[in-house]
Design a protein around this ligand. Structure first.
Ligand code: HEM
Length: 430
């Protein structure tokens, strides 16, 4: 990992490749932050705090934590420590290689201010978007010449999978979420375990739960037949998730393309980065924040629970021990989800319109019929109540916000350029 350089005005880096954050917390001073190096590092960036430099002390590197674009006050840091990485907030800077420099004296401060102004202009569209850029380094025309048929092939593959089983649309959508939240949208989730490699498929949130791998395999085979060694599995999954939503009656959006496939996967990162069904609102906000997604993005994306099924093991506690639950709904679910056993018994997540992508999920929350504890946390007297209410009465607003949030989620830390590879078989590295 690159470390902060000692203070010196000569060491101030070009602000073309460095970001300057103006923290909202007055305890912190403006700080130059190094974008991550090309290789992925599991630890947060080391930063140098200007205050120690300007006070004449030799500055010591410090590790600070950032949520979205805000430096966190110290008391919030331990909560987020395990999964904080700048590149997850600003994937388009992933390939940058600048180093952190301390700011020394008035010359350093002047440079910092110039940097701040320059970078503010560059970043303002991103900041307005609430975190992750919609496209980042990706583009809408990436395969226009290289593989013009790819979007049609993915759409046809998903249409046939959803026609055969409507739940498959939900399963592919979830697979994309579970890919993007674990080291970015890089198809790491698709790598099979081998005797010498442990990937993400058997992580707690994925094992016996994520489904649809064979659907992606079938689409990939067709894409390979049309355009050999050209389209990444990560892009296929991003397109497939978009088409899944649309085929179930939900919105569509433009998918930015050009992701490349990971050379590895991490079971422990999958266990650490995916929220569980018992999560509190604070945890959900923090875990989505870790990815550069706002609470509004989180509440919109949770609307994916308007489709699909869940296993008894994931909501058993909720239907027995939660107070904020409709009693009739709880006893109905208890009939097929016993106190002991039946872990794999399925129930619809949205019982009203299980196979339609609509806003009924939010109506369920308002009548205390969220299936997961984490779902009901979005309407439990907290910060998301008002938004849930709006979405429940305005399907168009939900659809528009969901599409925007999906585009932002799809831009989390992509591998681009020469990073990673284009896998030939999504289940293994080339
Ligand atoms: C907010 C935090 C979230 C939590 C705690 C959560 C948790 C869960 C759980 C426990 C299940 C059932 C898994 C099983 O029974 O094995 C599930 C299913 C599902 N989740 Fe989420 N989820 C969250 C967010 C999301 C997001 C952001 C999306 C997509 C954008 C999503 C899409 C789905 C879908 C579509 C299903 C049904 C899958 C199927 O039927 O195969 N979830 N989720």
């Amino acid at each position: 990992m690159r470390r902060a350089k000692p203070a010196s005005s000569a060491s101030i880096p070009s602000c073309k490749s460095c970001l300057v954050f103006a923290p909202t917390d007055h305890h912190y001073s403006p700080t130059l932050i190094c974008p991550p190096p090309p290789s992925r590092q599991p630890t947060p960036r080391a930063l140098v705090n200007r205050s120690s430099a300007s006070s004449g002390e030799h500055p010591t590197p410090r590790t600070l934590y950032i949520r979205g674009h805000t430096l966190l006050p110290p008391h919030q840091q331990p909560l987020l420590q395990s999964s904080f990485r700048l590149h997850q907030c600003l994937p388009q800077y992933r390939a940058s290689t600048c180093v952190v420099a301390a700011l020394a004296g008035s010359q350093g401060m002047a440079a910092a201010v110039r940097c701040l102004l320059t970078v503010a202009v560059v970043l303002s569209p991103l900041l307005a978007g609430g975190g992750v850029a919609a496209g980042g380094p990706l583009s809408t025309s990436f395969y226009s010449k290289r593989c013009p048929s790819v979007q049609g092939i993915v759409r046809a593959g998903m249409a046939s999978a959803v026609a055969a089983e409507r739940r498959m649309g939900a399963s592919i959508l979830r697979m994309f979420f579970h890919d993007c939240f674990v080291n970015g949208c890089d198809a790491s989730i698709l790598l099979d375990d081998t005797p010498t490699f442990t990937g993400e498929k058997n992580a707690g949130p994925n094992a016996n739960s994520v489904r649809g791998y064979e659907v992606i395999d079938a689409i990939k085979a067709q894409v390979e037949a049309a355009c050999n060694a050209t389209v990444s599995c990560a892009d296929i999954l991003a397109l497939a998730a978009r088409d899944a939503v649309n085929l179930l009656g939900g919105p569509t959006w433009t998918v930015y393309l050009g992701r490349r496939d990971a050379l590895t996967a991490s079971q422990s990162d999958a266990n650490a980065n995916l929220p569980g069904p018992g999560s509190s609102l604070a945890t959900l906000v923090a875990m989505f924040g870790n990815k550069g997604l706002s609470p509004r993005d989180m509440t919109a994306l949770s609307g994916a629970h308007t489709v699909g099924q869940a296993r008894c093991a994931t909501f058993r506690d909720r239907i027995r021990n939660d107070a904020n639950i409709n009693a009739t709904f709880a006893s109905l679910r208890q009939q097929t989800c016993p106190q002991a056993g039946g872990d794999g018994n399925l129930a619809p997540i949205d019982a009203q319109t299980t196979e339609a992508f609509d806003n009924a999920y939010y109506q369920n929350l308002m009548s205390r019929q969220g299936l997961f504890h984490s779902d009901q946390e979005l309407f439990n007297g907290g910060s998301q109540d008002a938004l849930v209410k709006k979405y429940s009465g305005n399907a168009g607003m939900f659809a528009a916000d969901f599409a925007k949030a999906m585009a932002r989620m799809g831009a989390i830390s992509p591998l681009t350029g020469t990073q990673g590879e284009v896998r030939l078989n999504c289940r293994k590295v080339n």
